[in-house]
Unconditional design. Structure first.
Length: 49
């Protein structure tokens, strides 16, 4: 069994779909409340699966 970085990390679109919120809402929560563990890689937000 092989774990690649793509298997471990999801992007903001996948995370918002999983959480049932819009991407704009998720970005606002990350920016204002910092309650969602996320990492910015370049211009993209990444979330652990």
């Amino acid at each position: 069994m092989q774990n690649s970085n793509e298997d471990i990390w999801i992007n903001i679109n996948e995370a918002s779909e999983y959480l049932g919120v819009k991407t704009v809402t998720l970005r606002g929560v990350i920016k204002n409340e910092n309650s969602v563990p996320a990492y910015k890689v370049g211009k993209q937000w990444k979330f652990k699966r």
